[in-house]
Structures are given as structure tokens and as C-alpha cells.
Ligand binder design. Sequence first.
Ligand SMILES: [Ca+2]
Ligand SMILES: [Ca+2]
Ligand SMILES: [Ca+2]
Length: 144
Amino acid sequence: MISYLLFACFIGLALAQDFKPYNLTALNLFHNSDFNGNGQFDRSELNDVFQNYDVNYDGRVARHEYLHFISEPLYNFAVILFEDYDCAPPPDGFIDDTDFDVYYKIMDENQDDMVTSDEFVNHWIRVLERNEALHSPTQTTSTP
Ligand SMILES: [Ca+2]
Ligand SMILES: [Ca+2]
Ligand SMILES: [Ca+2]
């Protein structure tokens, strides 16, 4: 099975264009993450998304494994995203099933144990808006 990397999708989109409009970016991300095509983001698909980051196959994704895939323009955004994913207290620098359980609940707005496409999209719009300064292409360090 061909797994798509959550962030590889992001990077592909970033290279092609801005993340805006966020709703379209989030919808693209949903389609690339809905592996079984049932129109919902299943809990198991959260594992699928991160599977390819787990370079040494120990069932968890270390910070360096995750950041290894991220190139410079989005590095700072990726650092924040990793902290978001490492959400089961206490943060331990690894993303594993305990973190996925918590993160899935965060995405699941109405708490019915299923993340719909709308919930997925709304979640990612919020994430993109919250971190706009970290991924906006208008951010430059050049001086006039
Ligand atoms: Ca699905
Ligand atoms: Ca963790
Ligand atoms: Ca739900």
C-alpha cells in the first residue's frame, strides 16, 4: 500500500502555491489521508499517516525522525506541529498511540469517535490559521 505522508502533501502544496485558501488545502489533505476512501478520517488512518515517519519501526515517531523529512522553509512550522502531535501528557518527544488517541479526540469536535471530513478540514484550517506566521510565503528575512 502506498502511504502518503501528511507533511509530504503539505510540502508538495507549499512548493506549488501558498497554503491559502486554507479550506482547499485542508480538503486536499483530507483526501490524501482518507486511505480507505470512506469519506471519514478513521483512527487507524492516523497511524497510517505517520507510519512512514517511523524509520526504525519501533511503533513511535521520534522528533528527529519527523523533522528529518521536513526541509527548511517549513521547518519551524514542523517543530510546532510535532509539539501539537506529542499531546498526551507529559510531552516526551515521541509520537505514539497514546498521542494519537488524544489528537484524534481533539479533531473529533462532536466526540462521536469518528472524524468526519468537515471535522478534519475545520481542524486543519484552525492549525493553519494559528501558525500563519510560520508558513506564510510572505514571511521573508530580506531587508528593503
Ligand atoms: Ca477513511
Ligand atoms: Ca508523546
Ligand atoms: Ca466526530
